[in-house]
Design a protein around this ligand. Structure first.
Ligand code: IPE
Length: 284
């Protein structure tokens, strides 16, 4: 599903750090959500062939309790069950808040939990079903999926990141553009939270070598190394792939309009057969 089918699909991840205050349990950033909804509404209003597919992260509705109960590791002891139930419920609560705001902003958004179209085994997506997603996007509805506490056929449950959901969706809808809205300007050559000298990388190529320092993070879904891997895989399925600061007004709107905005463009390179990809990292 792409321009050759007459549709221009924008696949957008609204990061948990944009929609929530990541350090305060279940604190929702309603103002940011409303502003981003209007920026996205402009995109679908511009053409009847424009389509949106959305994914949001967990932020403080997901990561805090997922870490406390060690949910990524799967079921190990009974005490985790309560935590799993809470995170699953909190993510539906966050999703419902976001979908409500999108609908109020004039976007025909529908909740699209990952288990509607994905099966997870050992923390990884092993099966996907594109039919429902294609129908709903084709009709003009806007599916809103999310990183979630999911049933796992190997380890009873696990945490599936919004980035993993983005990857699966990108392989199904082949977006014209995939956008990651984060709380920093893009991918940096070193951690911008730790170093004043870190520089934004405007175009990040798969062959680029950037700093590989480790960062301390509370994220339960893989940290920076994992994120970059997803970014490049998603870039292989997308026309353009952009990482931008969703907290700065108009960056998303300008990017969706094809105009320049401060960001990182992720540029995949075709790998030569038999050649191993070099190690790379960076910071969002
Ligand atoms: C996390 O998804 C989902 C849960 C912890 C339940 P993400 O890892 O994509 O969330 P953010 O965007 O980093 O907050």
């Amino acid at each position: 599903m792409d321009e050759s089918h007459g549709l221009t699909v924008a696949l957008i991840k609204l990061g948990g750090s944009v929609l929530t205050n990541k350090s305060r349990l279940r604190s929702f950033s309603e103002t940011e959500a409303r502003r981003l909804a209007l920026e996205m509404k402009e995109f679908i209003s511009r053409s009847r062939y424009h389509r949106l597919v959305l994914v949001h992260g967990g932020g403080s509705f997901g990561h805090i309790r997922a870490k406390k109960y060690n949910l990524s590791a799967g079921l190990r002891e009974e005490s985790q069950l309560h935590g799993f139930a809470q995170v699953r419920n909190d993510m539906r609560d966050l999703n419902s808040k976001i979908v409500s705001i999108l609908i109020e902003s004039g976007i025909p958004a529908i909740s699209f939990p990952p288990e509607t179209f994905l099966r997870v085994h050992g923390g990884r997506v092993i099966k996907s079903e594109a039919g429902l997603l294609e129908k709903c996007v084709g009709a003009g509805l806007v599916p809103v999926s999310f990183g979630d506490a999911v049933i796992d056929t190997r380890q009873s449950f696990s945490i599936l990141s919004g980035d993993a959901v983005m990857l699966s969706m990108s392989s199904m809808v082949h977006p014209s553009i995939s956008v990651f809205c984060t709380d920093v300007d893009g991918v940096f050559d070193s951690n911008p939270r730790l170093s004043a000298n870190s520089r934004l990388i405007p175009r990040l190529r798969e062959s680029d070598r950037v700093s590989t320092d480790a960062t301390g993070t509370d994220d339960v879904t893989g940290g920076m190394g994992g994120k970059l891997k997803f970014l490049f895989e998603i870039a292989h399925n997308s026309g353009r792939t952009v990482v931008l600061n969703g907290l700065v007004p108009l960056r998303l709107r300008e990017t969706l309009a094809g105009r320049d905005a401060t960001s990182t463009e992720v540029v995949p390179t075709r790998r030569r057969p038999g050649k191993k990809a070099s190690r790379r990292s960076g910071y969002i």
